[in-house]
Design a protein around this ligand. Structure first.
Ligand code: AMP
Length: 280
């Protein structure tokens, strides 16, 4: 596995790979790798000639009171995992490398951000779209792999790819869970023992909601029921519980319509903000 810290080096190799007609699969991450990331990498390995993994904790997508400084990092451990999975190139730039010159532009996401995390983290998806666009120009991938754990991110990035006519195929990868249903997340390390025992209830709540929708219950009633259930059965502070169409993230008007729905939750424990969703 080759490790690049420099944009120029990564770009040069990507250009050479493209000239040699190799397909490039790209997995962007913020590191502190877990089995969710591993699944993305394995899928990329199966579908491409070479795989590029990036690790970059992007300051632009963190709000002033969010956990940028406290975000878990362990590059040595990540390198070992990446090697084991036979990643070909690890792109691991410093913040100063990624934001070397004073930024003259910012990609502003206009659709699909007035709900869920977009509503609660103003500017977050502008930061995501901007860094992802930069990474796409650096890595020049054919296929990119994103997890449905961050379903709103997938929806936003599909919009970005369409809007800017990017010749990139986005592959949606299903959420990988612990045995008890908790969605794997780098932030799970910040749960106390008690919170960790309780946290799978968030997924259980989503499943209860899905079941009620499939039985034909009104969306508003289901939303209220699930929110109440979370408040009564967990100590987490509920940030949102929403049921929307997917990937448009619009209000659901008619449940009989044949469209995908998302039921999504964000909840705060003492040190970790967790998100989860089901699309069906
Ligand atoms: P992150 O490092 O948290 O920015 O995540 C990098 C990529 O891994 C994103 O596309 C995430 O959606 C994806 N990811 C994170 N957790 C999971 C999970 N539990 N299952 C599947 N994909 C995940």
């Amino acid at each position: 596995m080759k490790i690049f810290h420099s944009i120029a080096e990564m770009q040069k190799v990507s250009q050479e790979l493209r000239q040699a007609h190799k397909t490039i699969g790209f997995v962007p991450t913020m590191g502190f790798l877990h089995e969710g990331h591993e699944t993305l990498i394995k899928e990329a390995k199966q579908q491409n000639d070479v795989v590029v993994l990036s690790i970059f904790v992007n300051p632009l997508q963190f709000g002033p009171n969010e956990d940028f400084d406290a975000y878990p990092r362990d590059i040595k451990r990540d390198e070992t995992i990446a090697r084991k999975l036979k990643v070909d190139y690890l792109f691991y730039p410093a913040t100063e490398e990624m934001y070397k010159s004073e930024r003259a532009t910012l990609i502003k996401v206009e659709k699909r951000v007035d709900v869920l995390c977009g509503k609660n983290r103003p500017g977050h998806f502008d930061g995501v779209a901007t860094v992802v666009m930069k990474l796409f120009q650096i890595v020049m991938p054919h296929n990119v792999y994103f997890g449905m754990k961050d379903a709103q991110q997938v929806a936003v990035l599909e919009g970005l790819i369409t809007d800017y006519h990017l010749l990139i195929n986005l592959v949606r990868v299903n959420t990988v869970r612990e045995h008890d249903g908790l969605a794997k997340s780098s932030r799970n390390v910040y749960l106390t023992e008690e919170e960790r025992t309780e946290a799978p209830s968030l997924y259980r709540a989503l499943l209860l909601g899905k079941d009620k929708i499939l039985k034909g219950e009104e969306i508003d009633n289901v939303t209220q029921f699930v929110a109440k259930w979370i408040n009564e059965n967990t100590q987490a502070q509920l940030e949102y519980l929403e049921i929307l169409s997917y990937p448009t993230l619009a209000k659901v008007t008619d449940t009989k319509k044949q469209e995908s729905l998302i039921i999504a939750v964000a909840a705060k424990y003492s040190k970790a903000r967790l998100i989860d969703n089901i699309v069906f």
